[in-house]
Structure formats: structure tokens, C-alpha cells
Write a protein that binds this ligand. Structure first.
Ligand code: ZN
Ligand code: ZN
Ligand code: ZN
Ligand code: ZN
Ligand code: ZN
Ligand code: ZN
Ligand code: ZN
Length: 355
């Protein structure tokens, strides 16, 4: 049935000069479903009677104001409507007015408002519309009930089940409710490299790459760590040896090989002294004592005595030099390195340098 506020004769046209006997005294529409008030005998259409009853005005006749004891069906008035024709405003069908109510409930062309959005649709279209109406309720996969028109906004801002790009920019798309657990394995999460001393911050996804690129660096860091551990272990032992070395002097003589070409670096054989390895280096500009291998730095004097081809000798001393493994004591020369015959290095330990 149409909404109660709509009168059947809003949809069905009837002849304007219909006599009073066909019309309801209150609404001036044809007396459809007429009832008569007793005892006064005034008749009203079914629609108006319903209004009286709803408004509690059914105890008084709305025409003559006399009390009403009862309403009864006015069969005569109803049957009269079968003799008058009207026309449907929507489908233009012509029909006897007593069938108006039936027609209104069946006419395909009548427009009705959608219960959800109040837009008007023909009866035949309304079912279709209600499947698409953007005010209809839907249930999202996350369990939220919402109107169809709110769906896009819900999906883009609040729905926990929808994916969005990982906030750490790893490139993956992640359902909102899984963002926290994703971050536990997200390849964009950066951590400090676990190799001691590396200190580089590496994204989880680039760990392999870092390991292969920094392989040599890691290797020397690990070596250094190993050395440090070893040093801790051997400190006491080494200290004893070191103390014994204090004040010791080692003299090493290097007869220089003659080389056909200038500009070459010349290296002495390995010198093993004070539990360490050393060698002498000679370039055009300097003579050096290199500390090749040893557990910790050493504090010493180094003297170089350089003997020339003409028999002259030059002596020079580098005093109180601190040498760590891989560094050298250097003495700059201003004579021709190719006229030298031999170099004697005198190494003197001053005191143990402990870290
Ligand atoms: Zn009426
Ligand atoms: Zn009356
Ligand atoms: Zn119709
Ligand atoms: Zn609608
Ligand atoms: Zn949702
Ligand atoms: Zn991620
Ligand atoms: Zn690293």
C-alpha cells in the first residue's frame, strides 16, 4: 500500500462536476469505502474515517457535530462509484471509481518514493533501484555495517581489511590490520649491522648486499676483534716478554742489491726481532723501518747508518717513535739512493706501550 498520507484520488482523476452524493463531505474526494455515522446519517470516505479514528475525533460527526454512536458501511454510496469513470494520472487507464484503490496498488506507472533515499521511481523500477540505492545497507568484509555511499570513504580511510602501501615504503601493499606484524619482517626496516665495529645501518632487504659489498671490511673488523680478544688473553704473557725486551737493541744490516732501473722500491728480507716482524724499505726519497706484524704498538728509537759507494757513511736517528702494526719509522734522505751500498738499522726498545 502507498504511504498513508497519499490519497487514492491523488493518483486517479475524476470528473469535477461529480454530484455531492458521490463526494465525501470532508475531503471532497469520491466516497470510496464510505461509512455512515449513526444516528445523523452523514457519510464520509474510508480515508477520512481513518483520520477521525486516528485523531480521536470519531465520536462527533464532523458535519453536524452531533455525537456518533457508530459508523456502518454505506453500501449504497460504494455501489454508486461503480457507475462513474475516472482516469489514472500515470498510465491514463480509464476505470470505474470503485476499483480506484485496486488500480493504485497495481499500476506499474505510479511513482513511489524509495524507502531509503526518498527519490521517486515507477513501481516497476523501484526493485531494481533498491539494489543500487546508495543508501542501502551493506556489510563490509571487516564486519562494519554501512551505507553503500559511505563505502568508498570507509575503504580509503578506516577499513582495517583494506590494503595500503607499507608506511615504511618497502613497496608492498599491506592490509591495515596487518601493518604491525608486517613491520616485524618488512624489508625496509633498518638495523645496525651485527658485525662488531661495522656500525652501518642496513635495511633488512639489503643485508645480503651489504654483507657481500663490505666483505673485506667485515673480515678485517673480525680479524681486529679476534686480535683484541687474543691480546686480552695474552696480555700478561706478552707483558712479561715485553718487559724482558725493554732496553734491548737489535742491529740489522742490509746489503743493497744493485738494480738496473731507478724509481723502484727496494725491500729488505724480513727481520724477526722482539717477537715481531719488520723490514726495511728504500725509495729515492726515504729509508723506512716498517713494523709488519706485532700484537700492539711499540715505543722505540731507530738509527739508520747508510754506507755510500765512495766509502762515506751517514747516520741518522729517529727518536722516541711510536709504531703500531703496519706503520713505519721514516728517515728522509737527500743523497742518491743508487750510490748506497748498505743500510744498518739499529732498533732500540724504550718501554712497553700497553693499550
Ligand atoms: Zn473524505
Ligand atoms: Zn452528521
Ligand atoms: Zn495507472
Ligand atoms: Zn533509494
Ligand atoms: Zn571494512
Ligand atoms: Zn614494508
Ligand atoms: Zn656491516
Amino acid at each position: 500500500m502507498d504511504s498513508p498520507s497519499k490519497h487514492v484520488f491523488d493518483h486517479i482523476r475524476f470528473n469535477d462536476d461529480l454530484g455531492n452524493q458521490f463526494l465525501c463531505a470532508v475531503c471532497r474526494n469520491p466516497v470510496l469505502d464510505a461509512e455512515m455515522a449513526t444516528p445523523c446519517g452523514h457519510s464520509f470516505c474510508g480515508f477520512c474515517i481513518e483520520q477521525f479514528k486516528a485523531n480521536n475525533t470519531a465520536t462527533t460527526c464532523q458535519m453536524c457535530r452531533r455525537p456518533v454512536s457508530a459508523f456502518c458501511r454505506n453500501l449504497f454510496a460504494n455501489s454508486m462509484l461503480a457507475t462513474v469513470e475516472g482516469e489514472c494520472r500515470w498510465c491514463q487507464a480509464r476505470l470505474p471509481l470503485d476499483t480506484a484503490k485496486t488500480h493504485v496498488t497495481q499500476c506499474d506507472q505510479i511513482e513511489k518514493p524509495c524507502d531509503l533515499c526518498s527519490q521517486l521511481f515507477k513501481r516497476m523500477e523501484i526493485q531494481q533501484h533498491q539494489q543500487e540505492c546508495e543508501y542501502r545497507e551493506i556489510v563490509c568484509e571487516c564486519g562494519t555495517r554501512l551505507k553503500k555511499k559511505e563505502e568508498a570513504n570507509h575503504n580509503s580511510s578506516t577499513c582495517a581489511f583494506k590494503e595500503e602501501p607499507c608506511p615504511l615504503n618497502c613497496g608492498e601493499r599491506v592490509k591495515r590490520y596487518l601493518v604491525v606484524s608486517h613491520s616485524l619482517q618488512c624489508s625496509a626496516v633498518a638495523t645496525v649491522c651485527t658485525v662488531k665495529g661495522c656500525n652501518k645501518i642496513v635495511r633488512r632487504g639489503q643485508k645480503e648486499e651489504h654483507i657481500s659489498r663490505d666483505q673485506m671490511r667485515h673480515f678485517s673488523l673480525l680479524e681486529e676483534e679476534k686480535r683484541n680478544i687474543l691480546w686480552e688473553v695474552n696480555k700478561r704473557v706478552m707483558l712479561d716478554i715485553e718487559l724482558k725486551c725493554t732496553g734491548e737493541v737489535a742491529i740489522f744490516k742490509w746489503n743493497l742489491p744493485t738494480l738496473p732501473t731507478r724509481g723502484l722500491l727496494r725491500c729488505s728480507p724480513l727481520i724477526e726481532k722482539f717477537n715481531r716482524k719488520w723490514r726495511l724499505l728504500l725509495t729515492d726519497k726515504a729509508v723506512c723501518l716498517e713494523y709488519i706484524q706485532g700484537v700492539h704498538p711499540i715505543h722505540m728509537h731507530v738509527s739508520f747508518i747508510i754506507k755510500m759507494a765512495d766509502g762515506k757513511a751517514h747516520a741518522n736517528i729517529v727518536r722516541g717513535v711510536n709504531l703500531a702494526e703496519g706503520s713505519m719509522a721514516k728517515h728522509t734522505i737527500n743523497m742518491d739512493a743508487y750510490s748506497m751500498r748498505n743500510i744498518t738499522a739499529k732498533m732500540e726498545i724504550l718501554e712497553p706501550e700497553l693499550c
